[in-house]
Design a protein around this ligand. Structure first.
Ligand SMILES: C[S@@+](CC[C@H](N)C(=O)[O-])C[C@H]1O[C@@H](n2cnc3c(N)ncnc32)[C@H](O)[C@@H]1O
Ligand code: SF4
Length: 387
């Protein structure tokens, strides 16, 4: 924990005097139209009384970071949440416009913004496109009305379809749709239908997440009480179905939960997984620059108050020495289809051989180690053996 007012980044000024740029920016928008019972991302229901103070706080935080950090010249920007599209069009114009004024966007390649289908309008989508956002990630979760109800979603399947059409109409040519499998009461047939419906819409990218029961969620409490159950074998079969259906439709499985048409991988997430530096703004946002990692307070009111009082919003920091960053990049790398360089695992020849015999990984041309499909199901266990 930091002392009040202490800035964790002061040391970076000297450590990173080489002027190396930070190329990836994350902005956390903590508002949602309604809180979903399975979700543990930091969020709260939209609150008009906090929003303007929040928008100003983000811009002020960015100003502060720009004086402390190496130059920020983003190649990717990701607005996540929560639900960034829960902000109104004028609020988005204020925030994104403020960002544009403060940043050199000459190197920007990808600007993603997460949307909930209930918060999409043509006016908003056009405004975002005009502001430079060129990738949308929309949480559909399922096309089955019954499962949308189980998930407590605020939108219908029809509304999600209409929102997708609006995004296309507004000129978005790079769209991701999020889906969830392993949902209570979901049958394999329902999942097959959701995959086929999604594929027929031809998004550039599909994220297919296995439902996880996260602490501090309503689903977790119902899981602990025995009301909701997880069937790992059934989930593994749904994962297989996902990989087969999406591969047949031309989507490359470039990470365990992420599938993209050629060249449409999410550059921002790839940068994380490859161990790049990134700056995060907003409540709960993490940053990693050089050998320093820090996170902002998970409380919007506290975040606003601290930033507007001229204090740091950071309430956690840790050192991430090169050995730790290397271990993390092995764990993340194994989740991707590029795998990791064989030399990175040279210290564990027996483990590599053992996992190879078990059919969990392959060594490609002696140079790269990648997980097989079976290995992807056990990615965390395999990664743990190397770190
Ligand atoms: C921040 S939300 C995305 C955008 C928007 N808030 C929405 O829900 O439409 C990120 C995604 O994480 C996934 N997600 C959230 N909680 C999850 C959980 N417990 N298990 C699996 N996926 C989850 C959902 O697919 C969700 O769309
Ligand atoms: S899934 Fe999306 S809309 Fe639902 S609570 Fe999480 S961030 Fe908010």
């Amino acid at each position: 924990m930091l002392a009040k007012g202490e800035n964790p980044n002061a040391a970076l000024q000297s450590e990173r005097a080489d002027g190396e740029e930070v190329r990836h920016l994350y902005v956390h928008i903590p508002f949602c139209p309604k809180v979903c019972p399975y979700c543990s991302f930091y969020k709260e229901t939209s609150d008009r009384n906090k929003t303007q103070a929040f928008l100003d706080a983000v811009l002020r935080e960015l100003d502060g970071q720009q004086t402390m950090l190496p130059p920020l010249r983003p190649k990717t920007i990701f607005f996540g949440g929560g639900t960034p599209s829960a902000l109104s069009t004028p609020q988005l114009e204020y925030l994104l416009g403020g960002l544009r004024e403060r940043l050199d966007l000459g190197a920007l390649e990808e600007w993603t913004l997460e949307m909930n289908p209930a918060t999409v309008s043509l006016e908003k989508a056009r405004a975002l496109r005009a502001l430079g956002v060129n990738r949308i990630s929309m949480g559909v979760q399922s096309w089955e009305p019954q499962l949308l109800a189980v998930l407590g979603r605020v939108h219908s399947a029809e509304q999600a379809r209409r929102s997708y059409e609006i995004l296309r109409e507004a000129g978005f040519e790079n769209v991701n749709l999020d889906l969830i499998f392993g949902v209570p009461t979901q049958t394999p047939e329902m999942w097959r239908r959701s995959l086929e419906t999604t594929v027929a819409m031809r998004p550039e990218h599909i994220s297919a997440y296995n439902l996880t029961y996260e602490e501090d969620t309503e689903f977790f409490r119902r899981f602990v009480s025995g009301e909701l159950r997880q069937d790992e074998d059934a989930d593994a079969a749904l994962f297989e179905m996902t990989a087969d259906t999406l591969a047949a439709a031309g989507y490359e499985p470039y990470e365990i939960s992420n599938f993209a048409r050629p060249g449409r991988e999410c550059a921002h997430n790839l940068a994380y997984w490859q161990g790049a530096d990134y700056l995060g703004l907003g409540p709960s946002a993490f940053s990693t620059v050089g050998e320093c990692r820090w996170a902002n307070v998970r409380d919007t009111a506290a975040y606003n108050a601290r930033i507007h009082a001229g204090e740091t919003a950071v309430d956690f920091r840790e050192d991430v020495p090169p050995t730790m960053r290397r271990a993390e990049s092995i764990a993340f790398g194994l989740r991707t289809n590029r795998g990791v360089a064989a030399r990175e695992l040279a210290a564990w020849p027996e483990k590599v051989a053992e996992f190879g015999e078990l059919g969990l990984l392959r060594v490609m041309a002696g140079e790269r180690v990648i997980l097989t499909r079976k290995g992807r199901l056990l990615a965390d266990t395999v990664a743990a053996a190397f770190i």
